[in-house]
Design a protein around this ligand. Structure first.
Ligand code: SME
Length: 150
């Protein structure tokens, strides 16, 4: 599944290399529609010089959390840790920002440009504990592709 998705993401990057917003929206759409446990797929980016994240392109239910301070929630923690954060059960997390009660699990993978953590891809799932290392490797790869056109 991920090999086929990589081809599709590669084509999107090629086609929209001069419009990263369009490319990221198309990537969110293809990921969300292809992986049954990817229910909300979006990108957050550092908001200028502020220590906060701002919501970028996404697909799924609209969220109230369009700005997230560094350190808050899973996303805010990844902004500081520079590490992937896989949450098999969101109910077991103290520092978690709930977007919808139907969400059971989440994965956040940082996006690096020239070695700097400038954003992240965030995926919410309504399936408990669905994410494996394959998701991590795939989403790292997606972020590397996106970084090339930012
Ligand atoms: N759950 C995230 C907030 C963003 S929403 O999932 C879209 C968090 O705890 O950081």
């Amino acid at each position: 599944m991920f090999e086929d998705l990589k081809k599709q993401v590669g084509l999107i990057i090629q086609e929209h290399q001069h419009n990263s917003e369009v490319a990221m929206t198309a990537i969110c759409e293809v990921l969300q529609s292809s992986v049954d446990y990817y229910d909300w797929v979006g990108f957050y980016f550092k908001n200028g010089d502020k220590r906060e994240l701002k919501l970028g392109p996404y697909v799924g239910e609209p969220t109230d959390h369009t700005v997230i301070p560094f350190g808050k929630g899973i996303c805010g923690q990844v902004a500081e840790s520079n590490q992937n954060f896989v949450v098999p059960d969101v109910a077991a997390q103290d520092n978690y920002i709930a977007c919808s009660i139907s969400v059971k699990s989440e994965i956040v993978v940082p996006l690096f440009k020239n070695g700097e953590n400038i954003g992240q891809i965030d995926i919410d799932s309504e399936t408990p504990d669905p994410f494996s290392e394959q998701d991590e490797r795939f989403l790292e790869w997606v972020n590397q592709q996106v970084a090339q056109i930012l």
